[in-house]
Design a protein around this ligand. Structure first.
Ligand code: NAP
Ligand code: ZN
Ligand code: ZN
Length: 345
């Protein structure tokens, strides 16, 4: 079936109108008319080939909310008219240990990324900056009733990417949590960590974000360029979620951890960071990483956010302003997620 989209033909070109062919829905497939798609910094990293290995033409977008238009004969969980979400992957091998445990994002054989990936048969995948998408129902999320759709779209990546490590490291009442970087991921992470009962500190390079940090639920705001503030906060946190998209020195933040604390990388700058062994040895600290979340946990996150009234702060834009939105995101001029209104495509 035909779909309209915005694509980029290469790493230095802007995105522009693009016509694409989606597969005809099979028995297990859901056809979703896309209503909103968030702009994740990962879209920019990949569109601009900052991680390497990008495939073109590329239709980015993995924070998708839409309405079910059609379903295959074997689909049981969705019917036409239902609201549906799609996140960062649209299939996986379904047989490896990770898939069987509901951790499809760590599929050991082939996780099919929503875009810039390939289906099992090698067909390139195209993402959510598009009028419609066809996805197996097992990889489609249910959007809770009454959720504001534009503000919910970013949860499909920013929400689950912050929720999953907060849960895995058992953040809850009494946890002293630092959220490093107040961007798309970070601002949702603050809300989720606060809702989990943690004491939340925002660690930011942007002094003007302090009021927003507090409004989002942070108890403290630490300006990372202020040496004195950083010194005073030594060993004051149990857990740091690092959402920063650009290269940065990890060691000043490791010093903020108390004994047995953990710092988890979700931000994915293209360049490696250097870490001295003693930055971890002293205080028995853990440096770890985390990737999005599985389908089951993504549904749990959507339901948790609905229950706690958690959504993203968004600036809704028409499709043709996507290139400007990319530049503004890189420049840090986003409060706190751009979301494309697909009616403008
Ligand atoms: P974003 O909206 O651009 O936010 C990134 C934030 O990082 C900025 O708001 C800024 O916060 C901080 N920052 C930027 N440049 C910095 C620098 N040079 N030094 C220190 N801080 C800096 O990006 P996002 O969409 O939240 O994505 C963040 C990162 O997570 C990206 O690398 C993305 O690819 C990655 N990601 C990973 C996963 C995963 O599964 N692990 C999933 C989604 C995204 P302040 O102004 O507060 O300092
Ligand atoms: Zn993302
Ligand atoms: Zn698998």
């Amino acid at each position: 079936m035909k779909a309209r989209a915005y694509a980029t033909p290469g790493p230095t070109a802007p995105l522009g109108p693009f016509a694409l062919e989606r597969r005809e829905p099979g028995p297990a497939d859901v056809v979703i008319d896309i209503l909103y798609c968030g702009i994740c910094h990962s879209d920019i990293h990949q569109a601009r080939d900052e991680w390497g290995g990008s495939r073109y033409p590329m239709v980015p977008g993995h924070e998708i909310v839409g309405r079910v238009a059609r379903t295959g004969a074997a689909v049981t969980r969705f019917k036409p008219g239902d609201l549906a979400g799609v996140g960062c992957f649209v299939d996986s091998c379904r047989t490896c240990d990770s898939c069987r445990e509901g951790l499809e994002q760590y599929c050991e054989r082939h996780m099919v990324a929503t875009y810039n990936g390939t289906e099992h048969d090698g067909t390139p995948t195209f993402g959510g900056y598009s009028s419609a998408i066809v996805v197996d129902e097992n990889y489609v999320l249910a959007i809770p009733d009454g959720a504001p759709l534009d503000r919910t779209a970013p949860l499909l990546c920013a929400g689950i990417t912050t929720y999953s490590p907060l849960r895995h490291w058992e953040v809850g009442p009494g946890s002293r949590v630092g959220i490093l970087g107040l961007g798309g991921l970070g601002h949702v992470g603050v809300r989720i960590a606060a809702a989990l009962g943690a004491e939340v500190t925002v660690l930011s390079t942007s002094p003007e974000k302090e009021a927003d940090a507090r409004r989002l639920g942070a108890h403290r705001f630490l300006l990372t360029s202020d040496q004195e503030q950083v010194r005073q906060a030594r060993a004051s946190l149990d857990f740091i979620l690092d959402t920063v998209s650009a290269p940065h020195d990890l060691q000043p933040y490791l010093r903020l951890l108390a004994r047995d604390g953990a710092m988890v990388q979700v931000g994915a700058p293209p360049e490696p960071a250097a870490v001295a062994a003693f930055a971890l040895i002293s205080g028995r600290k853990t440096l770890a990483g985390s990737s999005i979340g599985g389908i089951r946990e993504t549904q749990e996150m959507l339901d948790f956010c609905a229950e706690h009234g958690i959504t993203a702060d968004v600036e809704v834009i028409p499709m043709h302003r996507v290139n400007e939105a990319y530049d503004r995101t890189v420049a840090g001029d986003v409060h706190y997620r751009f979301v494309i209104d697909m009616a403008t495509l």
